[in-house]
Design a protein around this ligand. Sequence first.
Ligand code: SF4
Ligand code: SF4
Length: 456
Amino acid sequence: MTKLDLLRFPLIKTLLRSRWPQFLVRLLALAGFVLAVLAGLLGTPVGSRSFAIVFVWILWWALLMLAAVPLFGRGWCSVCPIPMPGEWAQQGALLGPLQALTARWSLGRPWPRRLRGIWLQNAAFVLVALFSARVLTTPLVSALVLGAYLLVALVTSLIFERRAFCRYLCPVGGFIGLYSQLAPLELRVRDTAVCASHREKTCYNGSLEGPYAGYGCPWGAFPGGLVRTTSCGLCMECLRTCPHDNIALNLRLPGADLEQRRGRGLDEAYKGLIMLGSALAYSAVMLGPWGALKAAAFAVGSLPWLGYALGFLTLVLGVLPGLFLLAAAAGQRLAGRPLDRRSLKQAFAQNAVALVPLGLAAWAAFSLAFAASSLTYIPVALSDPFGWGWDLFGGAGVGWTPLMSGAVPPLQVIVLAGGILWAARSAVDVQGGRAALPVIGFCLLAGAGLLWLLVG
Ligand code: SF4
Ligand code: SF4
């Protein structure tokens, strides 16, 4: 399969090699992030008028799920402002490399081996999801959660080396990594033999001297060993430190990573199930007609909320994994493969690739609905971010109108149908023919549930 290395274009290479364009975008994103926190702390408590809610949970979320992740994979991670203060502290420089590798304000400890993988990211996502009805609608709570992200990222950077927060803790980074496998973009090396003979491996270890001075991979990845996009944050630091011009940024067929069998564990399978279950739950709570469910999800700490929390946990950690295990086991049986514990574990992890396209389709369909119904909040929140009666850009008076309401349901059907078909194709690639039917059945069931919740 042919790939197009975008770094063959001198303009793209120059823009990505320089730290300035990325730094400026991140600075802008950090300014937006800080404004969102301030708006949540000091501004109006009305969610639909607050910059904290509208900018983060409507504009950013919709852009992330509908464009950034499907097209650029981990592209958002390369400009995300959350790890910035921690990285500055670690590196002792704003832009680097300067005196970098020596002037660090961090203990630089390696992340504990037994905490590797994305289990903690799964737990963090589930924790936030339990409170999400509040987080996504109440500016003060949203600001506190965003502030906590920044603080945890900073403290993590002061204790551990590299971007441990992004790789092991960030609940958003976890699902971006999972779904980045579908993107038509990947960072790889041009020739692994060149890497094998390059003793210094400056892309991983960093380099202080010359035109290739820079940090070792902030994500702790070795570009020469990358076979999937999940652990590469597309920060482009290796492009700056590789003296052999061996880094490629390829345009590829979407979903090329799904063919890769290596490195798939239970943590990633659970991530796929948690994301799918959350899409079902969010669709029911936020877009469904059940007032009592909405009220229960919102009344954090009350008895109804405890019932909601229990139901959510049972769905994402019990019912869906249980059904998926049954489907994977049935597939094993149909294929005449062993059903011992080890084989089942492996089948569960491998079959979970089908959840990747299905999950992203679910979130895209969900995001289409709430983005279309909330887009008119954007000019209001931009013109009056604190809800203090300002009108900076003349948009404060825009009234609420749902947009594209006729076009959204057919679009959701197309997106979900595409996700189910892609999931079925991935299941066939893993199990082969008839043996894939149980997992395809699982995906159809989940897809039908989403269709019912979203389109009715
Ligand atoms: S610095 Fe370049 S050539 Fe050396 S190991 Fe890294 S990617 Fe390969
Ligand atoms: S492999 Fe390169 S682009 Fe990817 S995270 Fe590491 S340094 Fe950044």
